[in-house]
Design a protein around this ligand. Structure first.
Ligand code: ATP
Ligand code: MG
Length: 421
């Protein structure tokens, strides 16, 4: 039988008569013999072979053990043809499962079947390897594609979110500006009105003191109808509460302005509690519409180095998610605290809403992951918040239980290594 000239064949066979048969039937192969499994393993460890013909019945290790060692111990994927005693088909099937490429029964040794099995095994081995290489290349390509897709999605998400926040910032700044004009003249008018009303009241009092009973009856009747002393006292109350109302509007406008400074790209030293107050103010109305009880629980905190617009953005994303998730009458708490060394501050946003099912917990931070209908959610809020936390060398953590509620905790370092001179 003809083998490829350079085919190095290791034949594991202890019987001299069988070796003679191999020499005869495998002419053309570069044949090397090993008399035992141990000797075969030693040869395979030392030098390369193109194929192995392995007798199953060997002194010492049997064929299955040697095959196991070739595959698992030496980690060689050299093609192996096992030679078994006659009538041992089951054994042969077991050996194929262990990694043999083919088997022949001993009675076929003197026939061309052995050479055919060796060449067939080598072909199959080549095909297997080509297949594996192709699969590996495909797998690598897939990983690359997935990575490219992820990068593309992230870039797209950055763009969308950036635009969303920029236009929200502009919108808020515009509204704040529009309110500010009438607010300032109403506030001025109120001061003037207050002063003028007092002057008029003083003049009225002077008239009364001077004329007393001489005031004509129709004027006295008119005074009685409007209950002048009460009206004058009430005007004072009305002016006071109007002033308080205007103060409050003024604070909201200032808050809106703070909030809209999202394009302040740089970091500064800020009071973290102030960020919470400003942002909570932004959603208070929405909370009221849902009859939600929105409380803030702020502990004294060290100042932190951060980008205030981005911090507001994270808190707003978390709060909007809560308001979208909870039903009527929910309880929402925003709390802050610092760790014992004052090296980190935590912002906790908790709700007693539906919680997040385990199956999607791992996905909520992925860009574009949303459970909301189109037009309601783009699935970017948590992802961008996660990125902002990372930019600040902080973290965003999730703790949730279905039916109990959800807590997101943003942890930020008070000082970033790069900020320490
Ligand atoms: N407090 C919460 N309670 C229950 N589910 C939540 C809560 N916060 C977030 N989720 C879930 O996490 C998903 C992802 O939130 P994320 O803010 O990233 O996107 P979104 O709110 O769906 O869309 P976007 O924020 O872009 O408008 C939500 O669709 C929702 O299913
Ligand atoms: Mg969201």
């Amino acid at each position: 039988m003809i083998g490829t000239h350079a085919t190095r064949l290791l034949i594991v066979e202890d019987s001299p008569s069988d070796r003679r048969i191999y020499r005869r039937t495998l002419q053309g192969f570069d044949i090397h013999f090993a008399g035992s499994g141990e000797a075969a393993l030693e040869s395979l460890r030392r030098e390369p072979f193109d194929a192995v013909v392995l007798d199953f019945d060997l002194p010492g290790l049997d064929g299955a053990q040697v095959l196991g060692m070739i595959r698992d111990g030496l980690k060689l994927d050299v093609p192996v043809v096992v030679v078994t005693g006659g009538g041992s088909e089951d054994l042969a099937v077991g050996l194929l499962k262990l990694g043999a490429h083919d088997y022949v029964t001993k009675d076929l040794l003197p026939t061309p079947r052995v050479a055919a099995a060796v060449l067939g095994a080598m072909d199959r081995h080549r095909l297997d390897r080509a297949h594996r290489d192709a699969e590996e290349a495909l797998r690598r390509r897939n990983v690359e594609l997935e990575q490219a897709l992820r990068q593309l999605k992230e870039a797209q998400a950055q763009l969308i979110q950036g635009e969303k926040m920029a236009s929200l910032g502009q919108l808020v700044a515009g509204v704040a500006h529009e309110i500010n004009n009438p607010l300032s003249y109403v506030a001025n008018n109120l001061v003037v009105l207050d002063r003028d009303v007092r002057d008029v009241a003083a003049i009225m009092a002077a008239y009364r003191a001077h004329f007393g009973d001489a005031i004509p009856a129709p004027i006295r009747e008119a005074e009685g109808r409007v209950d002048l002393p009460y009206t004058l006292a009430n005007l004072d109350r009305l002016l006071r509460s109007s002033r308080q109302g205007l103060d409050r509007v003024g604070k909201i406008v200032a808050g809106l302005r703070d909030f809209s400074r999202l394009d302040e790209g740089h970091r500064k030293l800020i009071d973290p509690n102030e960020a919470v107050r400003t942002t909570v103010e932004m959603v208070r109305h929405q909370a009221r519409l849902k009859d939600a009880e929105l409380t803030i629980d702020l502990l004294p905190l060290p100042k932190i180095w951060c980008n205030p617009g981005k911090l507001n953005q994270v808190l707003l994303n978390l709060l909007i998610n809560v308001l979208q998730a909870v039903g009527r009458g929910a309880r929402i708490v925003v709390a802050t605290s610092a760790n014992s060394e004052d090296s980190e501050v935590s912002f906790r946003v908790s709700d007693d809403g539906p919680g997040i099912p385990e199956a999607i917990r791992g996905k909520v931070f992925d860009p574009f992951f949303t459970t909301k209908p189109q037009g309601v959610g783009t699935g970017l809020g948590l992802w961008i918040s996660f990125c902002i936390a990372a930019e600040h060398q902080g973290r965003l953590e999730l703790d949730t239980e279905v039916g109990q509620g959800t807590t997101f905790t943003l942890v930020l370092p008070t000082r970033l290594p790069s900020d320490i001179p």
